[in-house]
Design a protein around this ligand. Structure first.
Ligand SMILES: NC(=O)c1ccc[n+]([C@@H]2O[C@H](COP(=O)([O-])OP(=O)(O)OC[C@H]3O[C@@H](n4cnc5c(N)ncnc54)[C@H](OP(=O)(O)O)[C@@H]3O)[C@@H](O)[C@H]2O)c1
Length: 315
């Protein structure tokens, strides 16, 4: 069978032939249909993640969609976070209890494109962010998979959505996804604070932050007293110039989030909500299909910032 292999941390993977894996106790073999290349896959393979350097060689891919006993299922893996292989192989292994059966109407590749990024967006808005209909939500990085999913889910929940992204292409995507107001991310901290506050029409109730850096610090300053920011990624920077006065003067709540905090049942329920949204057309994310054998080129395009949406490897 064909499999993608990270042979050295920090280097693009290679594609090689290898043995069909033998599922361990509680595991099943999954015939892969689709596996997305995500920021988490690259972070884990870089050797610089907070999970530590991975044992190599290993098959990357923290999630996929495939076939088990005639059923189409989504499955997670812990590739790059713990020893063991992930989804990017024609046959992968998964924990049987973690499988989530997909509705017939959900395109497997579109579900793979949404995957854990859409799960995170949903959980950050609802389970962690406590979104209430009528609130103003400021979504940072709104042209990425997390951001676009958040725009869609927040609109579906009756929120007013302000979408902030650095490029015109990303803002156009967020507009097509239904954002009420579009904003850029240019300027220093004070300039960006002023432009985001203006875009919010005064203040936001909830910020969804996959960026950190200056955008997170500026967005925090746009929150109303008691407002919430859910932080889940650092695409713009590992640190952020958040100031004490802003935090304490308005009794703000900053909530860190990782999908790894979800129980298997919470993750499955949220993935079902994502798959349902894909099936009914609510969640229609840009993505690009590539054969598994093109994994190295796809990986490098994601590292450079994939302009055409999520890259999904297909078999
Ligand atoms: N905590 C969790 O459980 C969890 C789950 C999923 C994702 N995440 C994290 O969330 C982040 C986004 O994930 P994703 O799946 O949406 O990735 P993605 O689809 O690759 O999107 C990345 C986004 O970041 C933006 N971006 C990158 N560098 C930037 C910069 N310097 N300034 C401003 N914007 C910048 C991109 O803007 P353009 O569109 O303009 O290129 C794009 O919108 C990643 O850091 C990821 O690791 C965390």
């Amino acid at each position: 069978m064909r499999r993608v292999l990270v042979e050295r941390p920090g280097e693009p993977p290679v594609v090689r032939d290898g043995p069909v894996p033998d599922p361990g106790p509680g595991e099943v073999a999954v015939e892969l249909l689709a596996a997305p290349i995500t920021p988490l896959d690259l972070l884990c393979a870089s050797g610089r993640s907070y999970f530590g350097a991975p044992a190599t060689p290993y098959v990357p891919g923290v999630q996929g969609v495939g076939r088990v006993d005639g059923r189409t299922v989504w499955f997670p893996t812990t590739a790059g976070m713990r020893p063991g292989d992930g989804s990017m192989a024609t046959v992968a292994t998964a924990v049987a209890e973690d499988l989530v059966e997909l509705p017939d109407a959900a395109d497997p590749v579109a579900v793979a494109a949404a995957g854990l990024s859409a799960v995170a967006a949903h959980a950050c808005l609802h389970a962690r962010g406590g979104l209430v209909a009528g609130e103003t939500v400021l979504v940072l990085g709104a042209g990425g998979v997390v951001g676009l999913s958040a725009v869609r889910f927040a609109r579906a929940a009756g929120a007013r959505v302000v979408a902030a992204a650095r490029s015109p292409v990303a803002r156009a995507r967020a507009g097509a996804a239904g954002a009420d107001v579009l904003a850029g991310l240019d300027g220093d901290l004070d300039e960006l604070t002023a432009s985001l506050a203006d875009a919010c029409g005064g203040a936001a109730d909830l910020v969804l932050d996959p960026l950190f850096g200056i955008p997170a610090a500026a967005a925090l300053r746009t929150l109303r007293p008691g407002g919430r920011m859910v932080h889940l990624g650092s695409s713009a920077g590992d640190t952020s110039p958040i100031d004490s006065a802003t935090l304490r003067s308005r009794s703000l709540r900053v909530i860190g989030y990782t999908n790894n905090e979800l129980s298997a049942a919470e993750r499955a329920a949220t993935l079902r909500a994502v798959a349902t949204a894909v099936a009914d057309g609510t969640l229609d994310l840009p993505h690009e299909r590539r054969p598994l054998d093109d994994a190295a080129a796809g990986w490098q395009r994601q590292a450079a910032g994939a302009p055409d949406g999520r890259i999904v490897l297909v078999t």
